[in-house]
Design a protein around this ligand. Structure first.
Ligand SMILES: [Zn+2]
Length: 656
């Protein structure tokens, strides 16, 4: 569920990217007490949207009151974009620079309203042609703005530091844009000659792209996607003995089947099929990594890792520290694998035994009203102000949420915001514990946006991807703590604790394993070793054995898993899932043990938006990812949870 959210966060980032102004003050001070219970409702994903009570649907009026108003705003934006031309070649002049940035960010904000409205409208009416056309039109407008504004970056990068410092003193209004300008100029020494820049941009260089580097797939990523579409996936026999066609969408479900034969067959069929296409898949991945290395070298970086970390302003030490600290803690993962093996009564544990529940029979229904009560109580340690904003957003009558699934609604969950109106939260709430956790997660994102927009101007409120998953996972951790503390039934408690173990396994251990694979294979490219399917398989298979430990049985095809993971095409992106959850857990832990000062520091980080470099903001919340402390705290949480689960289900797998 959270994985889906991340994808959407990434895919929709087009309007989140180009950071940026518009100072809108939102009235604070809502009543902290809960609004009246919303009407009871039974979710039905086949229902028509019209069958869902209006109170559970979001209200887009704060963006635009109607499609006509939206179109008028879009046309007005298109008319105003050429106004930027007046500043082309004049940014040496402090007054022009300020005026230009003011106009640019105003247009950018207008563009965000236009794009967000179209996207939200489309997300609940996927086959509606009008909505789809609106999305396309909004993207065209945004693209036009980006092109018209390209000179700003070019000129800002060539200003001398001395002249810019003078400009701040003669034109104090410029200070508002300082975080944006600092971030833009941070890598000015990597800028090449105009001719070289032109060639790199024609080739699709993503190291210097103004928009999110994952928005536009490279030709290699497109080829990979096309290949996965073309591969004829095999049929397998399901739990009822029926033949079903396996595909990447249903693979996860069959891999987690209660029927061990079904899940074994699903994994064998998927990996066996991938093996038949291994050379083509190795060529697309090897090609992508070669491209990453080429772009890095074109700008004088030693490694692709250095280049892509620098793009986001992250010290490479963060990456190294993640990999080495998680490696030092692998015995804990080995213990968990042993625990699974014993709890499931297996002689051998295979990949297809990693995704099934080990605690049976906990089918808790959590209607929305209960989820809301639990989330408010669970996040209470973050303080009254946070609680008040949360209560505001969780009151369906306020129009933040589109809560329930219906026909023609997109899948997954996400949260988005423009500067000014309240954030929006998209859910497919179906009364499960997991849905409650997802709701807490999305409200982490929503409140992060809410706090940042109240504290920052448009040009520096949009927090970077690196920080995004800190707020969301901190909320999940706090909720989990609360639920465990309230659980009276041992089975329910064990279930909640195993969920926590699974989250840490999937998000910290597994993503770090991916990160290690990415670094190793980029390293092969950098030293000139040819990337073959055999090399990728061997590298991956060794990692699997090392991560899951001596108790795990590596199957013949386990080393093929690299072949279908799209994230390897995202250029050093996966590590941020691991650092996000690590920071979230570490902060939740600090809030629990240190109380108000830790909560306040965390809220200050959220309110900071993008007003300072990400590691600096995170440091303010007490997390330094260049050192092992936060990772150790997350690992301690994993260990303590393991201890408790072992006690609860009466299995001792040999821990201390
Ligand atoms: Zn998220």
């Amino acid at each position: 569920m959270r994985r889906v959210d991340r994808t959407i966060w990434r895919k929709t980032a087009i309007w989140t990217i180009v950071t940026v102004p518009l100072l809108v003050v939102i009235p604070i001070g809502f009543a902290a007490e809960l609004a009246a219970d919303p009407p009871a409702f039974t979710p039905d994903s086949n229902a028509a949207r019209s069958a869902i009570p209006a109170v559970f649907k979001w209200n887009l009026a704060p963006l635009f009151p109607s499609d006509e108003a939206w179109d008028a705003a879009r046309l007005k934006l298109l008319q105003e974009i050429p106004g930027l031309e007046a500043y082309d070649g004049k940014l040496n002049d402090p007054v022009s620079l300020r005026a230009c940035l003011e106009l640019y960010f105003q247009l950018h904000s207008d563009g965000n309203f236009v794009t967000l409205y179209a996207n939200l409208r489309q997300s609940t009416a996927q086959s509606d042609e009008t909505a789809n056309a609106m999305v396309q039109r909004s993207l065209v407008a945004m693209d036009e703005l980006m092109q018209a504004a390209a000179f700003i970056r070019r000129e800002v990068l060539t200003l001398s530091t001395e002249n810019l410092e003078k400009a701040y003193s003669v034109e104090p209004g410029l200070t508002e844009y300082r975080p944006y300008l600092d971030n833009l100029r941070r890598r000015a020494n990597r800028l090449l000659s105009p001719e070289a820049e032109r060639v790199l941009s024609l080739l699709g260089d993503n190291l210097w792209a103004e928009i999110d580097l994952n928005e536009i797939p490279s030709p290699l990523e497109s080829a990979f996607g096309a290949l996965l579409t073309d591969i004829p996936w095999p049929e397998i026999t399901d739990e009822q003995g029926e033949k079903v066609r396996l595909n990447l969408a249903n693979y996860g479900r069959y891999r987690a089947s209660d029927d061990r034969d079904v899940r074994r067959r699903a994994v064998a069929a998927l990996f066996g099929t991938l093996r038949q296409y291994q050379h083509a898949l190795a060529a697309t991945l090897g090609g992508q990594f070669q491209l990453d290395v080429d772009y890095a070298r074109a700008r004088g970086y030693d490694t692709a890792l250095d280049a892509y970390m620098d793009k986001d302003g992250i010290d490479t030490k963060v990456y190294d520290n993640l990999v080495s600290t998680i490696n030092a803690n692998l015995p804990l993962l080995h213990r968990y694998v042993e625990l699974r093996k014993k709890a499931l009564g297996l002689d051998e544990i295979h990949l297809y035994d990693l995704y099934i529940p080990i605690v049976e029979g906990v089918a808790v229904e959590v209607p929305f009203a209960d989820a809301r009560t639990n989330i408010l109580a669970g996040l209470a340690p973050l303080g009254a102000d946070y609680g008040a904003a949360l209560a505001e957003g969780l009151d369906p009558a306020n129009g933040w949420m589109d809560l329930y699934p219906h026909r023609d609604k997109g899948s997954g969950a996400f949260s988005v915001a423009v500067h000014g109106p309240h954030p929006y939260v998209f859910m497919n709430y179906q009364d499960s514990l997991d849905d409650m956790s997802t709701l807490a997660h999305e409200f982490g994102h929503a409140l992060h946006s809410d706090l940042a927009m109240k504290a920052q101007p448009y040009s520096s409120f949009r927090y970077p991807a690196f920080l995004a998953e800190v707020a969301s996972t901190c909320n999940e951790s706090l909720l989990s703590e609360y639920l465990v503390s309230k659980a009276t039934d041992p089975a329910e408690k064990a279930y909640l604790l195993v969920e926590r173990l699974e989250t840490i396994r999937g998000t910290i251990f597994r993503q770090t394993m991916f990160a290690e694979f990415e670094r190793q294979v980029h390293g092969f490219v950098e030293e000139g070793t040819p990337i073959t399917a055999a090399l990728l398989e061997e590298t991956y298979s060794d990692l699997v054995q090392r991560y899951y430990g001596p108790g795990y049985t590596v199957d013949e095809n386990d080393g093929m898993e690299w072949a279908y993971i799209p994230h390897f095409y995202y250029k050093y992106y996966v590590y941020s899932y691991a650092t996000g959850l690590t920071s979230g857990i570490a902060i939740a832990d600090r809030v629990k043990t240190l109380g108000k000062p830790a909560a306040d520091a965390f809220l200050a980080m959220l309110a900071g938006g993008a007003s300072a470099p990400p590691l600096e903001l995170l440091g303010g919340a007490g997390v330094d990812l260049t050192k092992p402390d936060a990772l150790d705290a997350a690992m301690k949480t994993f260990e303590e949870t393991l201890n408790e689960v072992e006690k609860l289900i009466g299995t001792n797998s040999g821990g201390p």
